[in-house]
Design a protein around this ligand. Structure first.
Ligand SMILES: CC(C)(COP(=O)(O)OP(=O)(O)OC[C@H]1O[C@@H](n2cnc3c(N)ncnc32)[C@H](O)[C@@H]1OP(=O)(O)O)[C@@H](O)C(=O)NCCC(=O)NCCS
Length: 237
């Protein structure tokens, strides 16, 4: 087991500026998109979706899930297109065998996306990265899930926290951001992964870093990246 992961437990307090494309300069860009605020004009861009995406959209039954899927697919195209200076309908997404999306032919462009409740959050960087946002559900009975998926050290962290729900969802986003950055996605042995002791199951020479912040007071967002001490820019779409 290697120890090459460093988690900053200090919560970031982002200052959000209006979305614009700026050079990465080895930094990290985080873009948040409020679904209800943007739904109207994103719906006007539905034509950007390719056939398989249109078909998937038509198969989704619940209106809320439809909105999330539509916004996520459209915004991936718009945001990546603006960074790469490619028309959004010409972006071709590729997928790793674990389904992590990437854009082929762009080795220096990395992105990841997550959605929960009313938010979609993207991370963009010159280096591999992953992001996860989760709504803190104060009524969620997390005990069963926690026993199955959290390491004993993580369970201890949650149980010792003054707000256990908040702590549970923070660990969740930390674990997920790591799994999404590495592209592993879903694994069976989630409880072997110990984010408290910063030990990972994956051999990797370059250290991963994880930072977290709250969105709107009700969501945790964590992101995982490889760059050393990058400047982090936060944008509101
Ligand atoms: C699919 C998974 C990557 C994330 O799922 P999720 O948290 O439900 O969904 P999110 O909204 O955060 O992310 C979805 C996006 O991740 C991206 N994604 C899919 N597979 C990915 C992978 N292997 N690596 C990185 N990103 C991936 C996709 O872009 C997807 O969005 P899209 O379908 O709109 O394109 C996967 O890790 C999963 O199913 N996790 C749940 C595991 C679990 O039980 N965790 C318990 C606590 S750790």
């Amino acid at each position: 087991m290697t120890s090459n992961l460093s988690i900053d437990w200090n919560e970031l307090t982002p200052t959000w500026k209006n979305f614009q494309v700026e050079p990465f300069s080895n930094g990290i860009h985080v873009v948040r998109i409020n679904i209800s605020k943007n739904l109207h004009h994103i719906s006007d861009q539905k034509h950007l979706l390719k056939n398989p995406e249109q078909q998937k959209l038509s198969r989704i039954v619940k209106q809320g899930d439809k909105n999330i899927f539509l916004c996520s697919q459209v915004m991936k195209r718009i945001v990546c297109g603006q960074y790469l200076n490619i028309p959004p309908d010409e972006i071709e997404f590729d997928f790793t065998e674990n389904k992590k999306p990437f854009i082929s032919g762009q080795p220096d462009f990395h992105f990841n996306i997550s959605h929960s409740g009313n938010w979609i959050i993207m991370i963009l960087s010159n280096n591999p990265c992953g992001i996860d946002v989760e709504k803190i559900q104060p009524d969620f009975d997390f005990d069963g899930v926690m026993k199955l998926t959290y390491h004993p050290d993580e369970i201890g962290y949650v149980q010792r926290s003054p707000d256990q729900h908040k702590a549970f969802f923070r660990i969740w986003t930390i674990k997920e951001s790591f799994l999404k950055a590495t592209g592993v996605g879903l694994i069976d042995n989630l409880s072997d992964l110990n984010m408290i002791k910063n030990s990972t199951l994956l051999e990797n020479p370059i250290p991963w870093k994880i930072q977290s912040f709250m969105v709107d007071g009700g969501y945790w967002c964590s992101f995982c990246f490889k760059s050393q001490n990058p400047k982090i820019n936060f944008y509101e779409y």
